[in-house]
Design a protein around this ligand. Structure first.
Ligand SMILES: Nc1ncnc2c1ncn2[C@@H]1O[C@H](COP(=O)(O)OP(=O)(O)O)[C@@H](O)[C@H]1O
Ligand SMILES: [Mg+2]
Length: 347
C-alpha cells in the first residue's frame, strides 16, 4: 500500500463572526488514497465547502494538519504552497469562467499565468479540450455554452497544470440530471485514464452512488460516517446517512405504511422485516428456499435492486408469515447466507 495522497489530521476550523467563534469543522480525520474518488456528503451548512477549501488552505485550519503528498501544508513557505496548490485543480458549482474569454482562452489561463510559450500552451490545451469534448467549440464564449459545456471548460482548465488531485465543490449541483451524469462519467474517465485522484463534495447521494469509491458523511462539522460506498449503502450507521441513502434507494418504510406499523404483535399482524442483500445473495432464490424449507411465506411490500461499482445491492421490505419458531429458523438461514435482516415491527 502506498502512502495516501492526502491526509487530514484532526482538522478544526472556526470562523470569527462578530467576535464569536463559529465552529465549522470539529476534528476531521480523513485519508484519500492515490487514484481514489472520494465523496463527502452532508446537508447544507454541514461544513463541506469549508472542508474542501481547507484542503488547499484557501481556508486556514484553526487546528490540525493537511498532509498532501507527504508534506504538511501549514509548514510550507508561500512560494512552496503555491507550487503544491498547482497539484490541486478545482472546479465549482457555478464554473467560475471568465466571460470575456473564449473556451480555449479560459482553459489556457493557468498556463498563461505560468508564462508558457504560445505553442506550448496550444500543445497542452488542445488535447484537454479534445478530452472534454469541446474541440469543436474553441472560439465560443461561456454565454454561448450549456451548463454542462461550461463545466467541461472548467475541467480542462483545472487539468491544465497536470494536477494530482481534483477538488470538486458541488460541481454538478447547477446541472440537469442528464448533464450531471455526463460530467460524472467524464470525471470517472479522467480518473481511470490519467490516474487523477478526486475529492468531491455534494449534497446528492446519487452523485456518490454513481462514481465514488469511498464516502464520508459530514454533519455539524464532524465526520459521522466513512467507508466504501457499497458498505455504507448496505449498512448505514448514522441517522443522517440513513436519510441521505433514502434519497436514492427505497430503504425506508413507505409513508403510506408507517401508520399501520405496530411495535407489538397481535392477532392478524405479521413480522415486518427489511432484508439487505449484497452481491451473490441477490442472485440466489433465498425467498423460495425459506418457503420450501421452513414453511414461511414471504409477502414482499417493496423491493429495490441497485448496482454500485458492479456490486448488486438489494433492499426488500416484507412480511414473514409463519409460526415464530419457523420465522426464527428462516431469519437464521438468511443470516447464514449473508442477508441482513432488521425487524421493523408488525403489520
Ligand atoms: N466565511 C465564513 N464566515 C463565517 N461563517 C462561515 C463562513 N463560511 C461558512 N461559515 C459557516 O460555517 C458553517 C459551514 O459552512 P459551509 O462549509 O459553507 O457548509 P456547506 O458547504 O456544507 O453548506 C456554516 O454554519 C456557515 O454559516
Ligand atoms: Mg457548500
Amino acid at each position: 500500500m502506498s502512502a495516501p495522497l492526502l491526509t487530514l489530521v484532526d482538522l478544526h476550523k472556526a470562523y470569527e463572526v462578530n467576535n464569536t467563534a463559529v465552529s465549522a469543522l470539529r476534528g476531521i480525520h480523513l485519508s484519500v488514497a492515490r487514484g481514489a474518488i472520494v465523496g463527502i456528503i452532508g446537508k447544507s451548512g454541514a461544513g463541506k465547502s469549508t472542508l474542501i477549501r481547507s484542503i488547499n488552505l484557501l481556508e486556514r485550519p484553526t487546528k490540525g494538519s493537511v498532509i498532501f503528498d507527504g508534506q504538511d501544508l501549514k509548514t510550507l513557505t508561500n512560494e512552496n504552497l503555491r507550487k503544491v496548490r498547482q497539484q490541486m485543480g478545482m472546479i465549482f458549482q457555478h464554473f467560475n469562467l471568465l466571460s470575456s474569454r473564449t473556451v480555449f482562452q479560459n482553459a489556457a489561463l493557468p498556463l498563461e499565468l505560468q508564462g508558457l510559450k504560445k505553442s506550448e500552451i496550444t500543445n497542452r490545451v488542445m488535447p484537454l479540450l479534445e478530452l472534454v469534448g469541446l474541440s469543436g467549440r474553441l472560439d465560443y464564449f461561456p454565454e454561448q455554452l450549456s451548463g454542462g459545456q461550461k463545466q467541461r471548460v472548467a475541467i480542462a482548465r483545472a487539468l491544465a497544470l497536470r494536477p494530482q488531485l481534483l477538488l470538486c465543490d458541488e460541481a454538478t449541483s447547477a446541472l440537469d440530471p442528464e448533464s450531471t451524469r455526463a460530467i460524472l462519467n467524464l470525471l470517472k474517465q479522467i480518473n481511470q485514464e490519467m490516474g487523477l485522484t478526486i475529492v468531491l463534495i455534494t449534497h446528492a447521494m446519487d452523485v456518490i452512488k454513481q462514481i465514488c469509491d469511498q464516502v464520508g458523511v459530514i454533519d455539524e462539522g464532524q465526520l459521522v460516517e466513512w467507508g466504501e460506498v457499497v458498505e455504507v449503502f448496505a449498512n448505514p450507521q448514522h441517522p443522517v446517512t440513513q436519510r441521505l441513502i433514502g434519497q436514492v434507494v427505497q430503504w425506508e418504510l413507505p409513508e403510506n405504511l408507517q401508520p399501520q406499523v405496530r411495535s407489538q404483535q397481535t392477532a392478524g399482524l405479521h413480522l415486518l422485516v427489511r432484508l439487505t442483500f449484497v452481491n451473490n445473495s441477490a442472485k440466489t432464490p433465498l425467498i423460495s428456499h425459506i418457503h420450501e424449507r421452513f414453511g414461511v411465506t414471504v409477502n414482499i411490500l417493496q423491493a429495490d435492486l441497485e448496482y454500485i461499482h458492479g456490486n448488486s445491492l438489494g433492499f426488500m421490505l416484507c412480511q414473514l408469515i409463519g409460526t415464530s419458531q419457523d420465522i426464527d429458523k428462516a431469519l437464521h438461514y438468511l443470516t447464514e447466507h449473508s442477508v441482513k435482516s432488521e425487524a421493523m415491527g408488525y403489520v
